[in-house]
Design a protein around this ligand. Structure first.
Ligand code: FEO
Length: 400
């Protein structure tokens, strides 16, 4: 049973979604599932853009057989060798042994690392930046996109229909539910948060490389973006490209406060709840609070990319930072967040150490500064510390 959708008169979406997977990359919760996109161009030659994750292989091969409608597969363009896209390469070549693999040298090397395939050099068409492939009506241009998200990644620009096949870039977590175009859903309301969580966690570390690709893309006219996850963009592309430009430059989207706290028995939370109320009294709106023990770090990292101001509060634990806060902070610093304002609160019953150690970790981030005062709680907040909380709330408000 096939399940495809037509994109243009000669381009077909062959993707499928996995709603059973708990953790994408065995790390990121995906409560709304994930889609793996693949595309077939039916020109004088037939061209496949990437395969899929093995979890949706049956649907993919049925879609491909249907879309080819009895024709041979002439070219398989491999843009990214991560197994969520290349897992079915071996079976693809077993079923379509004459297909020529179009890729760059680094991808060819990775194919040999992932698979034991007996492919002759003649079966490869090696391409590099600026090379083209003419398939009849269409001319495909290859663009290298290193570190978006692995070093071998390349993108493909169809100069005839002005379509960018963007690999992982412009992807979104979440299954596709019949609607494969971003203009068929309320993207901002229902998917922007998951698009941000996808970008920041998967590619967020590589902002300069994303900026380099955005610069290359700005030199050509793009009417459609076909990514390997999530929606195809054919309308209001500037909206999503602007989001990417902001995320890649580590600029906050919102002047907003996010409070991420760890709290073993609730005392640190209570102090942060007071801070949130004081901020609200100061006129700060849309305050978000996250418990680092309950909220997966990927959500907090995404929120830290969205907001201008992040308050971090944690108890001292084993002479250091409360473990779930420490893990989240390591993850955050690995993603190279920049240009943010942080406020730090710690708690300790006998030797409060977490505040200094949190600041030491955050000091690794470029152009990030601290809002004072740094507050240190002793077991539980007392009324006499409310003045300090008032002072911090006023400083945060003034800084927004
Ligand atoms: Fe969707 Fe980097 O793989």
């Amino acid at each position: 049973m096939h399940n495809t959708r037509k994109i243009t008169s000669d381009l077909v979406w062959l993707g499928a979604s996995d709603n059973r997977l708990e953790l994408f990359e065995n790390v990121y919760p995906i409560p709304q599932g994930i889609s793996y996109n693949s595309y077939l161009l039916n020109d004088e030659k037939t061209v496949l853009f990437d395969t899929v994750d093995s979890s949706v292989r049956r649907q993919f091969f049925e879609n491909l057989r249907f879309a080819l409608n009895g024709r041979n597969l002439d070219f398989a363009i491999i843009q990214h060798m991560e197994p969520d896209h290349c897992a079915e390469l071996e079976d693809l070549l077993r079923i379509y042994p004459q297909a020529k693999i179009v890729c760059n040298m680094q991808i060819k090397k990775m194919i040999a690392q992932f698979f034991e395939l007996n492919i002759s050099d003649e079966q490869f068409m090696l391409v590099k930046e600026g090379d083209t492939l003419n398939t009849g009506k269409h001319t495909l241009n290859f663009i290298s996109a290193p570190m978006v998200h692995w070093p071998e990644v390349m993108m493909t620009y169809d100069a005839t229909d002005k379509i960018l096949f963007s690999a992982d870039a412009f992807g979104t977590f979440g299954s596709l539910n019949g609607n494969i175009f971003a203009d068929e859903v309320n993207f901002e309301r229902d998917y922007l948060d998951e698009a941000r969580r996808y970008y920041t966690n998967i590619v967020g570390k590589y902002g300069p490389q994303v900026q380099a690709v955005l610069k290359k893309a700005s030199a050509v006219e793009i009417k459609m973006i076909c990514p390997l996850h999530g929606f195809i963009w054919r309308d209001d592309l500037g909206y999503f490209i602007d989001k990417y430009a902001k995320w890649a430059a580590y600029e906050p989207e919102d002047k907003a406060v996010v409070i991420a706290y760890g709290s073993i028995y609730g005392n640190t939370y209570d102090a942060m709840a007071v801070l949130a109320s004081k901020l609200a009294e100061q006129g700060v709106k849309n305050i978000k609070m996250y418990d680092v023990s309950k909220t997966h770090a990927s959500y907090i990292i995404s929120e830290a990319f969205r907001a201008s101001t992040i308050v971090l509060a944690a108890p001292t634990y084993n002479g250091g930072i409360f473990v779930n806060m420490e893990n989240m902070l390591h993850d955050l610093t690995e993603h190279n967040l920049q240009n943010r304002r942080f406020a730090v609160v710690d708690n300790g019953t006998w030797a409060a150490m977490a505040g200094k150690q949190m600041k030491d970790l955050l000091a690794l981030l470029k152009n990030c500064t601290f809002i004072e005062p740094q507050i240190s709680l002793k077991s539980a907040m007392k009324d006499e510390q409310i003045a300090q909380i008032d002072e911090l709330a006023a400083a945060i408000k003034a800084d927004l």
